[in-house]
Design a protein around this ligand. Sequence first.
Ligand code: ZN
Length: 507
Amino acid sequence: MTPFFITTPIYYINARPHLGHAYTTMVADAIARSRRLLGDDVFFLTGTDEHGQKVERAAQKAGVKTAVFADEVAASFRQVCQDLHITNDDFIRTTEPRHIRGVQALFEKIAAAGDIYKGKYEGFYCVGCERFWPEKDLIDGKCPDHKTPAQWLSEENHFFRLSRFAAPLREHIRKHPEFIVPDIRKNEIVNVIEGGLEDISVSRASAAWGIPLPGDPGQTVYVWFDALINYISGVGYPDTNGTFARYWPADLHVIGKDITRFHCIIWPAMLMSAGVPLPRTVLGHGWVHFQGEKLSKSLGNIVNPLDISERWGADALRYYLLREVPLWRDGDFTWDLFIQRYNSDLANDWGNLFTRTVSMVHRYRGGKLAVAEAGEALAPVIQEAWASYHAAFDRFEIEAGIEAAWTIIRRANRLVEEGAPWNLAKDPARAQDLDRLLGSLVVALQNTALLLFPVMPSKASLVWEALRLEPSIDQARFPAPGGALSPPPTGVVLGESKPLFPRIESK
Ligand SMILES: [Zn+2]
């Protein structure tokens, strides 16, 4: 089996999980699930970033010890993974000994390479960003992102010779066009590198909540430097046998566009310095904007879209975000659009295809199929859907993969209208036509279930089970290129035709 190592960023625990975290994690989960269906040996890592002044302050504000605060918030991130059916194989916390060991080891390697030196750092620092800002970028002395006053910081720090890596980074990006996707992010990074890279401070004298710096225990490792290392400590580094040897370099770091500089400049430079191979691809997606508006009274008082999973199932939220927010641009979450997509795509299109197909098999054939073949109307549509689906996932265009599945759903729903099975059922001379139609609809459902399993795992499982397909869907495999799934069983009684997505009645 081919190893495939995929990561999300580890989430900073100064705040509770929100829609943005959920989106990144769902993107990674959909890709991880699709790689498992391709037969890859997937390792999917997520976790929490727990050090730094910002966390210390948030704990103070909450009136609890920092470690207790960290435990609580980390637990809430784990809970979101469960609620949204995320299939991460591991969850790393930067306060864990295994991570601390990895950070100190990598730091020592970089120091041994001559890329760490001691110097004085002075500048305007924003605790909100955990970064220094050049004076020219401040607005009235305030951080342009946080609109809070930046503080003047002057301390002895250890510096990383980032400036030394401008040329090697440029070379790497040129030779590996797949290193940064989409192109819009690559161009941004290339511009930053061409503008020149300055050495960065990688330790703090003033932040006590952090990993002690090897050789200078009065200082702690800069929180970003610390956090990035989770990608290797999470697979066992500094032990470079076993898990690390199997999965590193990572195949895909999924991140939000705001942290591309850390992932496409600082992180690869750190690895180059330490002589560790670079990850294959960094995918920087856009943001999900949510205005924070409440759902209308008639639908209840949900404020946080993350609570959708309780009311309408995680799949509905997964579908909406993966469909509505392509990776290369920002997207919006609005309740109106959510309800519209839910009702038209999920309840009407896919949900209806499922319930009416299964209920017709029960009504006309006692629940059993006589034949199970795609038939000439659907076979080419299914073939084509698989081809465009794979092409889309190869480019990380999950929304185009979803659209490929929908070509089957739409064609199958049209077949029902055209074939009018309710008329066929009245005419004994056309019994075979009815058998063929029902069989092809079931094959359509089988294919859509597998195509959509990475996006909507629970509903796809329900469909799969109702069609009595084996093995279970999480053990299933995509058909080989140009091939087809083995046909559903005939002669067994299908499951019930429960509504997959009960309509949301909004008045
Ligand atoms: Zn800031």
